[in-house]
Design a protein around this ligand. Structure first.
Ligand SMILES: Cc1ncc(COP(=O)(O)O)c(C=O)c1O
Length: 398
């Protein structure tokens, strides 16, 4: 299907609806992107009304609308509303999924080299506590995830494949659907860290074939901080242990026993900030109205242009490698520390971030990188912004 590019008028309209684009060049979308104004307005209006009406009273008033959030998220990722649990962030989602599985000593978990620190810590903890064996599959010399090595690593002890779709400190996209095909062929559970990918690239859980997926709201989804969700495929919900309980986890409780609810909301807390839930819902709605295919096309266009321009600057080394590159652009500059580049660009109202070695330990160690500059673009960034940032970088490197 042909994707209709976002027009200049649409980009300008989107920027006009995003207050943060007015005075800054925001290239830290992989940290937290700028929310559309409607996300903020929805949350502020709700909080004001809450302060006047009372927390429980306003929750009752907005119950149907609040519940619609699961529906919209499900629509975005081609899931069922009963497969979504709202959580605070991607680490919480990943932890609920991973620690909900039962591991025996010697069980193997196969991961990519692109795992984020939260996931690596979870893996190491399970290695200590349960005696799991962690198998890391590094990217090949061209920065591509080697599918044949993944398949070769699977044994009858393999319990889980847990990979990251888009890493925190590199610009490549892992072949999530091809990994899913291998997981299904060998009947191995598949947990996808889609923290950086939902809202960035098309993510369809049926096409990918993952059983579990961890997502955050504040990054490419443009939702509020403190929002996120866990996807749990219906067929595995009863196999995943519920780690935390409150009164809404169950449909029945007696003094002797309880029955957990029949959907993925068994994995979410009842007590959460409804303003954040509504903010996330608005962000998802905003994205659905634009269309993820158009978003992805635009991000690739801006990021490719950015890498091209960066490569023309003497002293800049672009690190991104792979067959599919995304909106996360990573580089180093000869003779200037990443933190100094960030600080100098900040004085010009340009936001970039630093990726530290510990954030993506396996990858950064293998590449011998202590830190990199991470400049992550979104669809609302413009060609002019890229030219301005490159101009500043050239001046810094003079
Ligand atoms: C690839 C990846 N996974 C997981 C996380 C953790 O997300 P959160 O901070 O929402 O827990 C991050 C955060 O940067 C990330 O980049």
């Amino acid at each position: 299907m042909e994707v209709k590019p976002l027009t200049e008028a649409e980009i300008q309209a989107i920027r006009a609806e995003t207050a943060g684009t007015a005075a800054r060049i925001h290239l830290n979308n992989a940290g937290a992107s700028l929310p559309p104004d409607v996300v903020i307005k929805t949350m502020v209006d709700f909080l004001r009304e809450e302060a006047l009406l009372g927390g429980y009273e306003i929750e009752a008033k907005y119950r149907t609308q609040l519940d619609h959030t699961h529906e919209l998220i499900a629509q975005l990722i081609n899931a069922n509303r009963d497969e979504i649990a709202l959580v605070e962030n991607a680490s919480a989602a990943w932890d609920l999924a991973f620690n909900g599985l039962h591991f025996e000593p010697g069980d193997e978990v196969i991961v990519s080299e692109m795992e984020y620190i939260s996931n690596v810590l979870g893996l190491l903890n399970a290695q200590k506590m349960n005696g799991i064996v962690i198998k890391v599959i590094p990217n090949n010399a061209a920065g591509i995830f080697p599918l044949h090595e993944l398949e070769a690593a699977i044994t009858d002890k393999t319990k889980l494949i847990a990979v990251t779709h888009i890493p925190s400190t590199a610009g490549n996209v892992l072949p999530a659907a091809a990994i899913g095909e291998i997981a299904r062929k060998h009947n191995v559970l598949y947990l996808l860290d889609a923290c950086q990918s939902v809202g960035h690239v098309p993510v369809d859980v049926q096409a990918i074939g993952c059983d579990l997926m961890a997502v955050t709201g504040r990054k490419y989804l443009r939702g509020p901080r403190g929002s996120g969700f866990l996807y749990v495929r219906q067929s595995i919900q009863d196999k995943l242990r519920v780690l935390f309980f409150d009164g809404r986890t169950v449909t029945k409780v007696t003094q002797q026993d309880f029955i957990v609810r029949a959907d993925a909301r068994r994995f979410e807390w009842y007590e959460k900030n409804p303003a954040i839930v509504l903010g996330l819902q608005k962000a998802v709605e905003y994205l659905l109205n634009i269309g993820i295919d158009r978003v992805w096309q635009r991000i690739r266009y801006i990021a490719d242009l950015f890498r091209e321009r960066l490569r023309e600057i003497d002293g800049i080394v672009v690190h991104d490698q792979g067959d599919v590159l995304c909106g996360i652009v990573t580089f180093s500059a000869t003779g200037i520390a990443a933190k100094d580049i960030r600080a100098k660009l900040a004085t010009k109202n340009i936001n970039v971030h630093i990726g530290l070695a510990h954030s993506t330990l396996y990858y950064m160690n293998r590449k011998g990188l202590n830190d990199i500059v991470r400049a992550s673009v979104h669809y609302y960034n413009t060609e002019e912004e890229i030219e301005m940032v490159c101009r500043e970088l050239r001046t810094l490197l003079l």
